[in-house]
Design a protein around this ligand. Structure first.
Ligand SMILES: *Cc1c(COP(=O)(O)O)cnc(C)c1O
Length: 388
């Protein structure tokens, strides 16, 4: 098919040409005396994206899923109790992984479409007088439902309960695109991955840990091998890694950090907010509902519900086969009931209008009762009136 495939899944996201070019490098010796010239500033600048000065950032050759495991196995002890709210597929997977790793996982179900209930959290932590709960696992942006939770509110709830649990935050689809403040929110473990807001291929687990979390690694008796933070920290101190790093990933990350910092994080967040709002205007103009309840709408992905007599999988397959655009599927409970439009990473007004036009055509083809141009028109008006 002529023209390119338009990628609107919420990860992997489009990789800008500057990053692709930066990754097109000859391999080099990662034990050479000049390698730290790449590695040291990289880890330093990565902290800026997590918005931490006090914490320490790490790059593992892995994915976001590994970030969950790194936090759990380095900072806790076998069998420790952890608390999580489940309101989407990613929170579900994190809870399941924690169970497999032998932790005592307390799961509270929340309706899909809502986020972390901070009042409930505060009450539950106050109840836990003996401090049995060792960590709270928070999914900042639930990519399956397009729901963003209030991590500042989570911190407030933990402080109000004077609870010492570690706060681990899955920011795989929020960090580098939605406001995230590790130090301000006292996050102990911040977890991200390369292929969403960082605009890189998959293959990098980017994580950061507070001093409190680093201290916890010293007393953790959990068995670790590849994901040992102390090994990584020891090598990183001199600008090296304990095993062979992905050289193209590191050069790509260097370019991604340069692009993000050049745009400015606040501008990056504002761009995502605008692109998301235009998408939501289009969804409303089609008369369709989002999965996210009011107040929880994500700025990186919108999950769109289809009426009961429709199958969202047909919309996705028409969009792909007829118009060469890739949309996110409804996951698990949402299979067939929702499709997802990613608006994360290297996107601008016109890229989102492409997504909205493609979705609109696929909806029309599948007999949705909408008017051609309705969603596109609503987004055009919004983007025009808010463009600088
Ligand atoms: C994508 C994603 C993950 C999983 O990341 P992988 O890189 O696929 O391991 C975890 N959490 C959230 C919120 C995500 O969006």
């Amino acid at each position: 098919m002529a023209g390119r495939n338009h990628l609107y899944v919420p990860g992997p996201t489009n990789v800008p040409n500057e990053i692709l070019n930066a990754m097109h490098v000859a391999m080099e010796d990662h034990r050479s005396p000049v390698f730290p010239n790449l590695m040291k500033p990289l880890l330093q600048d990565l902290k800026l994206i997590f918005r931490t000065e006090a914490g320490q950032a790490f790059v593992f050759p892995a994915t976001g899923t590994a970030g969950w495991e790194i936090a759990l196995t380095n900072c806790l002890n076998p069998g420790d109790k952890v608390l999580i709210y489940r309101f989407g597929q990613f929170g579900h997977l994190w809870a399941e992984l924690a169970k497999r790793l032998g932790f005592d996982v307390e799961i509270h179900q929340v309706e899909w479409g809502k986020g972390i209930p901070v009042d409930h959290l505060e009450a539950r932590l106050k109840e836990d007088k003996s401090h049995e709960i060792k960590a709270f696992l928070a999914t900042h942006n639930e990519t399956a439902t397009g729901v963003t939770s209030d991590i500042a509110g989570v911190r407030k709830a933990m402080d109000a309960a004077s609870h010492p649990a570690l706060l681990f935050v899955d920011g795989v689809s929020s960090i580098a695109s939605i406001d995230f403040r590790m130090d301000e929110w006292d996050v102990d473990g911040a977890i991200s991955g390369s292929q969403k807001g960082f605009m890189l291929p998959a293959g990098g687990a980017f994580v950061a840990f507070s001093q409190k979390a680093m201290k916890a690694t010293e007393t953790s008796s959990y068995s670790r091998g590849f994901f040992d933070l102390k090994d990584m920290a020891n090598s990183n101190k001199d600008g090296y890694t304990p095993y062979t790093p992905s050289i193209p990933m590191l050069y790509g990350l260097r370019k991604a950090l340069d692009l993000l910092l050049e745009e400015g994080l606040d501008n990056v967040y504002a761009r995502h907010a605008r692109l998301a709002e235009g998408t939501r205007k289009a969804v409303a103009a089609w008369g369709l509902k989002q999965c996210a309840h009011p107040g929880f709408e994500s700025n990186t992905v919108t999950a769109v519900m289809v009426p009961a007599d429709k199958d969202a999988r047909h919309v996705i397959s028409t969009a792909f086969s007829k118009y060469n655009i890739s949309l996110g599927a409804g996951l698990s409970e949402l299979a067939g009931k929702a499709f997802r439009i990613g608006h994360v990473g290297d996107m601008n007004d016109v890229s989102m209008l492409g997504a909205i036009a493609g979705v609109e055509m696929a909806l029309l083809d599948n007999g949705f009762d909408i008017k051609a141009g309705s969603g596109v028109g609503a987004a055009v008006e919004y983007y025009r009136s808010t463009a600088k």
